[in-house]
Design a protein around this ligand. Structure first.
Ligand SMILES: [Fe+2]
Length: 517
């Protein structure tokens, strides 16, 4: 083993370099690379031909202050996948074996192997260093900060509808994106990393692999693009309609379910990972799978009602638990398809969400919903209750634009400008109106899916629409507030303006509610 080589590997691996380099020192290098003297965690690959660690990324466990999952993928079988983890001051002292889960892509017949190492018993609000490796390859390094325990400040971000900044080869050796991608899908990742949230909520439609000629390459490209951030902070996903892939599992989400190990919801195995929750500080995040309730036919095949009510039963129980837990102030839902939209010629809002989810959001005072599906940014006033009309129009309870009491109503944010080649910020109705998808008819061969039925409504709930910027995300800064007082979340909508993570602030507003403890 050549210490110089292992040291070079450590010191040239992105943002982890300084912290890891400082932490492991000479002892750490020997721990990594001297099987004769240490526990033999790694041996020099020496041209073994093993596939490298691909798409390294993190998820939080159910308690984000103590549990993290480290994941990466290969298409070859690999030996002894494992993660070495430690602290910046003590080095990689702990070895955690990874569990490998697989799926076989029905289109290419390629089997993808995703290696997941679950690391528990971590300390809250603490920095860790880790290295993921399997036999015959170099370790890939990352860092992670656990969530605080209790009422402490924290930051998170959200966007959806990203795609990839890469191209695919078409006939006659020409290249273009076949997954709705654009260069902005790369720029936004850099911007998130500059903001440096504790975690990022990916509100669905990750890479549009279900549209792509080569699904496997498209997933790989998405992880290659985002590992620049997702190896340092968990990107917690929600499944969108474009995660529904023909032939990949009974409901089409096998790829998504295999790439991510999200917190266990106790669901049946076939629904694993499609809905879940986790707690970070005083925030309970609930991630939903809206294809279960949406009427729109917008994936590779129609799966409306796939859980037979199981997700809704879980959601109600989860919301009741969250509101019974005095450690939780904020209940935030991350999902893909939306209950609100004021753009024309796009997907619109889905009545299924309004019928199935919004009464529960009302009953349990959900503070905030982040979603996408529409490729722009817009925000609702706080809403509670719905008009008794065909479209079940949500009722705004306040219209103050800058400070919003979410104990009175739920704020919905559409944050779908994550990077696709089809932004919809130029498609808003001049005056706020909403196309509500109220049902579907028979399959229309000209569009290849069940024909949607739309009903137009006024949109009294509309608070802000960003017609000027195609791409952006929202950062949320939580202030726990004083005991007996109010807690708040300052939301900042950033437009993404180019490479190197250039951003500009478009709007800011504050959510507030009484502390519960
Ligand atoms: Fe979508």
């Amino acid at each position: 083993m050549d210490d110089a080589i292992s040291r070079r590997t450590v010191l040239t691996t992105g943002g982890a370099a300084a912290i890891v380099g400082a932490g492991i020192g000479a002892g750490g290098v020997s721990l990594l690379g001297s099987p004769g003297r240490g526990p033999g965690l790694w041996t020099q690959p020496a041209g073994s031909g093993a596939q490298p660690v691909g798409g390294l990324h993190l998820q939080f466990g159910k308690d984000a202050s103590s549990e993290v999952v480290v994941s990466w993928h290969t298409t070859d079988t690999v030996g002894n996948p494992r993660v070495m983890v430690g602290t910046p001051t003590s080095g990689f002292g702990r070895l955690v074996p990874a569990e490998t889960r697989t799926y076989r892509d029905a289109k290419s017949t390629t089997e993808v192997r995703v290696h997941h190492a679950r690391i528990d018993n971590l300390a809250p609000d603490a920095d860790y260093v880790y290295a993921a490796v399997h036999d015959g390859t170099n370790p890939e390094l990352g860092t992670v900060r656990t969530a605080p325990s209790g009422r402490k400040p924290l930051r998170f971000t959200s966007f959806g509808d990203q795609a990839t900044p890469t191209l695919d080869r078409l006939k006659k050796a020409s290249y273009r994106s076949d997954n709705l991608g654009s260069p902005a899908a790369g720029d936004i990742t850099t911007a998130i990393e500059r903001i440096g949230p504790l975690f990022h909520l990916v509100n669905g439609d990750l890479c549009y692999a279900n549209l792509a000629h080569d699904r496997i390459r498209t997933w790989s490209d998405w992880f290659d693009n985002n590992t620049r951030s997702a190896r340092y902070r968990p990107w917690m996903p929600a499944a969108g309609n474009h995660e529904n892939e023909l032939g990949n599992g009974p409901i089409g989400f096998a790829a998504y379910q295999t790439y991510f190990t999200v917190p266990d919801s106790g669901s049946a195995a076939e629904f694993r990972g499609l809905w879940y929750s986790f707690t970070a500080g005083s925030v309970r995040v609930i991630s939903l799978s809206n294809d279960d309730v949406c009427f729109q036919d917008a994936g590779n095949f129609y799966v409306h009602g796939y859980s037979g009510g199981a997700q809704k039963r879980w959601l109600e129980s989860e919301l009741a638990n969250a509101r019974a837990d005095t450690r939780v102030d904020w209940v935030i839902v991350c999902m893909h398809q939306t209950a609100i939209s004021t753009s024309d010629h796009t997907n619109g809002a889905d009545l299924g969400i309004r019928q199935e989810w919004l009464p529960l959001f009302d009953r349990y005072q959900v503070d905030l919903v982040v979603c996408g599906h529409e490729h722009h940014y817009e925000r609702s006033h706080p809403v509670r209750g719905m008009l008794d009309t065909e479209t079940r129009t949500p009722i705004p309870v306040e219209t103050r634009p800058d400070v919003i009491d979410t104990s009175k109503g739920t704020v919905h944010l559409v944050i779908g400008g994550g990077g696709t080649s089809s932004p919809s910020n130029t498609m808003f109705f001049p005056q706020p109106r909403c196309r509500v998808l109220t049902g579907v008819g028979a399959v229309d061969p000209t569009i290849g899916c069940r024909a949607p039925r739309y009903v137009l409504e006024g949109a009294p709930w509309s608070a802000f629409r960003d017609a000027d910027n195609a791409y952006g995300f929202v950062a949320f800064d939580l202030d726990p507030g004083p005991p007996g007082g109010n807690t708040s979340i300052k939301a900042t909508h950033y437009a993404v303006n180019g490479p190197y993570g250039a951003t500009s602030v478009v709007e800011q507003f504050t959510l507030t509610r009484p502390r519960r403890g």
